[in-house]
Design a protein around this ligand. Structure first.
Ligand code: PGA
Length: 255
C-alpha cells in the first residue's frame, strides 16, 4: 500500500512574513492522521524557519527545490546536499521542468544531482514531463522513458526505492490546463511499467508516482482516484492554505 504524498512547491514566491503565515495556516489546519504524507518546498532561504514551524505537527516534511550537482567548494550561489541535510531537509526536487528549461539542466547533470541527494540520505522527488509539441507529435512516452533512463535508472534497486517520481506535463504547469485523468493514468501506468521492466515487481508497485501540473482543490480528487497516481506536486495552489489543505484531504480520502 503506497501512502499518498502531497508536496507544495512554492517556487520563487512569498516574502518572509507571508511564507511564515502560510506554513502556520497549513500546520494549524492539518488534521491529525490525514492519511497522506505532506512535503513543503519553500525557497531555500526559508527552509530553516519553515522546519521550526512544521515540527509542531507530525507528518510534514521539508523539501528543497533544487540542489548543487557538486559536493562542496567554489560554486558561488549553490547549495550542497550536505548543507540541506544539516538543516533538517528530507526531500529535494530534482529535474523540475523550470530548471531544465531556464537553467539548461540536462540528463547527466540531473543524474549527478540525484546521486548527491542520495549520498546524503535525502530523498529525491524526480520530475519528468513532456512539452506540448512532444505530445502533439506523439513523442511523449519516448521522452519520459529517456528522462528516466538517463537520470534515474543508473541507480541500484536499493537507491531507486528512495526516490519519488513526479510526472509533470510541461503544458499543464501553471497554465490551468490539467491533464485528464485518462492522460495522467496512462502515463503513470507507463512509468510503473518502466520501473517493472528495470527493477521488477516489488519496486514498481512500491514506488510513488505523483502528478503535477495545475492541480487544484477542484480537480485533485478526480486525479487521485487514478490507481497509479499516488499524490501530487502542487505549485500555485500550494500558496493558499485552504486550497492546499483540500488537496491533502482529497489525497487522504482516495487512499
Ligand atoms: P502548478 O505547478 O501546480 O502551478 O501548475 C506545478 C509544479 O510546477 O510543480
Amino acid at each position: 500500500m503506497r501512502t499518498p504524498l502531497v508536496a507544495g512547491n512554492w517556487k520563487m514566491n512569498l516574502q518572509y512574513a507571508e511564507a511564515m503565515t502560510l506554513v502556520d495556516a497549513i500546520v494549524d489546519g492539518l488534521p491529525e492522521n490525514n492519511g497522506a504524507e505532506i512535503v513543503l518546498a519553500p525557497p531555500t532561504i526559508y527552509l530553516h524557519d519553515v522546519l521550526d514551524r512544521i515540527q509542531r505537527k507530525p507528518g510534514i516534511a521539508l523539501s528543497a527545490q533544487d540542489v548543487s550537482a557538486y559536493e562542496r567548494g567554489a560554486f558561488t550561489g549553490e547549495v550542497a546536499a550536505s548543507m540541506l541535510a544539516s538543516v533538517g531537509v528530507e526531500y529535494v526536487i530534482v529535474g523540475h521542468s523550470e530548471r531544465r528549461e531556464y537553467h539548461h539542466e540536462d540528463h547527466p547533470l540531473l543524474a549527478a544531482k540525484v546521486d548527491r541527494v542520495l549520498e546524503q540520505s535525502l530523498l529525491p522527488i524526480f520530475c519528468c514531463g513532456e512539452k506540448l509539441d512532444d505530445r502533439t507529435a506523439g513523442r511523449h512516452f519516448e521522452l519520459i522513458e529517456q528522462q528516466l533512463h538517463e537520470s534515474l535508472f543508473h541507480l541500484s534497486p536499493e537507491k531507486v526505492t528512495e526516490c519519488v517520481i513526479a510526472y509533470e506535463p510541461v503544458w499543464a504547469i501553471g497554465t490551468g490546463v490539467v491533464a485528464t485523468t485518462g492522460q495522467a493514468q496512462e502515463m503513470h501506468r507507463f512509468i510503473r511499467q518502466l520501473l517493472f521492466a528495470r527493477y521488477g515487481e516489488p519496486i514498481a508497485s512500491e514506488m510513488r508516482i505523483l502528478y503535477g501540473g495545475s492541480v487544484n482543490a477542484t480537480n485533485a480528487s478526480d486525479l487521485f482516484t487514478c490507481p497509479d497516481v499516488d499524490g501530487g506536486l502542487v505549485g500555485g495552489a500550494s500558496l493558499k492554505a485552504v486550497d492546499f489543505l483540500s488537496i491533502i484531504a482529497a489525497a487522504g480520502t482516495n487512499r
